[in-house]
Each structure stands twice: as C-alpha cells, then as structure tokens.
Design a protein around this ligand. Sequence first.
Ligand code: SF4
Ligand code: SF4
Length: 412
Amino acid sequence: METTLAPRYANTPEGLTAQEILRRCVHCGFCTATCPTYQILGDERDGPRGRIYLIKQLAEGVEVTRETQTHLDRCLTCRNCETTCPSGVEYGKLVDIGREWIEARIARPAGQRWIRQALKAGLTSTWFGPAMRLGQLVRGLLPGVLRAKVPAYRAPGVIPVRAHSRRVILLKGCVQPAMIPAIDAATRRVLDALEIESVVHPESGCCGAIRHHLADADGGLVDARRNIDAWWPDVIAGRIEAIVVNASGCGVMIKDYGHLLAHDPAYAERAQRISALAKDPIELLESLTPELKDRIGEAGRGERVAFHPPCTLQHGQKIKGAVERLLTALGATLVPVADSHLCCGSAGTYSVLQPALSGELKQRKLSALSHHQPAMILSANIGCITHLQSGTEIPVRHWLEWLDERLGVRQA
Ligand code: SF4
Ligand code: SF4
C-alpha cells in the first residue's frame, strides 16, 4: 500500500519504518482468518488488515477518533497475523508505531489514563514484590476477580551457588520473580545441573515491554538502557555466552533492543550485541537433549502434558515446536491441542485492560488444552501461566519447572 506520510511524520524514523511496512501489505486479507479478535468480533477493523488500514490513515494525517484507538487497543499484539502473512508485513512494529501516534493525538478518558499509568508504574516498582507476597498470604480472602490475578505462592527452593566455566546472565525481570519465584529458581537449578552458571544482576529489571506496549516507547527504552548498562561489563569481558530469558514475552522484547535503539548513537551497537546474546532457554537446552535424557531417566515417562506455546515464543521469536520436541524426547506424552497458534488472551496487561475479550480467549484456550485430560499444562511465559491457571484446576507450570522436578535437583 503506497502511503504519503503527513508532514509531522515525514523523515522521522517511525514514519519511514511505518511507510516501509505499509508498502509490503497487498491487502489480501489472509491474516484476517487467523486473528483472534476478528474471530470473536467479526469486524474488519478488529482484524489485522483493517488495523493496518487505520494506521495508514493515521500516517497520512487523516482525522482519527477514539474509535480508531479502541480498535488498536483491542489488538493483542500476538503477531499471529505476521506468521500468516505471505508478504512479510511486520505488523507488530507497525501497531506499536500506530499506538504511539494515536496516544499523542487522542486524549483518553480519565479512568483509562489512570489505570494505564497505574500499570506502568505499579508492575515495575519495587513495592510490587511485597504487595504480591501480601496478596498471596491473604489470597483465600480476596474477591474472585483479584484472586485471579494473584497466583498461589510456590516456594522457590534452593538457588545453586556452584561456579562453572559456562556462564549466562538470567534476566532479573519484574513481575515474574514477584508472582512465581519458583520459575527463576527452577531455571537456575536446571542450568546448574547442566554445569552452566547463571548470574542475575540486581541493577537490571523489567525488560521494558510493559511500558513499550502501553504506548510509552520512551519509558520502555529507559528500561532497555538500564539493562544494557547492567549487563555490559560481563559482555565486553567475554564472561557470558548468553542472556537467558525464561519469559518469552521479555525475550521477544530484548531480542528487539537492537531495532528499538537503532537510532540512539550511544546505545545502537551495544543493543545489537545484547539482542544477539538473548536466548530463550530452549535455544540453549535443545542441543543438550541427550544429556538431559541421561539425567532424567524414566522420571517423566508417559506423563500426559499439554503444551501452550506463547505467542511471544511462536510468533514473536519464531521458535516453533522446540519445547514440544524436548519434552517428547524426555518421555512426556504431549496431548494434541487444537488451534495452538491462537492467543490465550493474557498478552501482557491486556487481561486487565480488555477483560471481556481476554476472558473469552482464556475459556477457548483452556477448553482446547484440557480436551484430552492432561495431568499438567506447560507453557513458557509468566503471563500465560498465571492467566490460564486462574481458570482451571489443572496445574499450569513453566516447562522448566517440570524439568527441574524430573531432574530431581530441587530441594525444599
Ligand atoms: S498483512 Fe499480509 S496477509 Fe494481511 S492483508 Fe497485508 S499482505 Fe495480506
Ligand atoms: S497481532 Fe494478533 S490480535 Fe493483533 S491484529 Fe495481529 S493477529 Fe489480530
């Protein structure tokens, strides 16, 4: 689609990027069929092709209203449409730009402004951890709607302290260590069992995705620069071989630092190097499958599990089938799951901002995941794990927690 940029966007990095992405779209509509919000709402403007057209209008300076903002808000940024698109349209980058533009042009109602601000500040603040712990202590007394956002506490167990010649950085993150600290602990024990040391830099933190996807690109970049500064001494000294990110939503963000900071002369080169080092745990562990098989033996054999591949893993990072292959090689029986390409409705802060759509997608996903009665549901992203767990009695875990338990290295 040819787009003539409005003067305010012409010759800006965002304008030129948007123009380039829009040029690739041939308006064929293949993407519409696999869009979860289009499937539910059936409105062209709630599918990728319609949203792309709305962003084209924004780019050209056409007058837009709250209605356009609402259609962009309803998008999950699941990027399923990118996987479907035969023309390589980078929809995720385009919608981020469109959201920034409309945020600057359309004032939100006060209530929305307040909740978005509270999410941006609250989820990444230092008091989120203590507040979550308090919520977990009184979880049984909380009203249902709040209880759904507070996962039951699981003790993390012992953190390994052995030094190894293989060394990686583990992202400190923000909500994950507060909500389910057991995930990081399990990750570190699995790595340790494979003689890989993991270090967490206390001065690092949120990957920036929370602010970035709430149309606060500058806030997201502040987080990115802080993490790069924290990790850089280890990187230039050659002390680490990878930055392991065990929440796929954060992984996709860090892999994008190179793109997001490409126009910052002070950080562009470093950001590219950091992005190249970022790895989902499966990218490190898949090649160690034989060793893991030896270590696990019969511990996981025949266990019926359902795997939910987060959108940020399959559509964002384009990692498909790798965790499933590893689990199968280790003896688990993976039950079939219909429509595994579709989003579960978690999508970062989406479940708070769009509860009706998010709830509908959760029900559909849980019905597909539980259809063949698995003993456990496994996934690879904190958001999906807590969101799904709030709707089912079947235990929902990170696949590294499953592996940690089967390796038998977990200690109370
Ligand atoms: S984004 Fe891709 S699949 Fe969708 S309408 Fe454009 S070219 Fe077609
Ligand atoms: S990112 Fe997901 S919800 Fe948004 S338009 Fe694409 S497929 Fe639809």
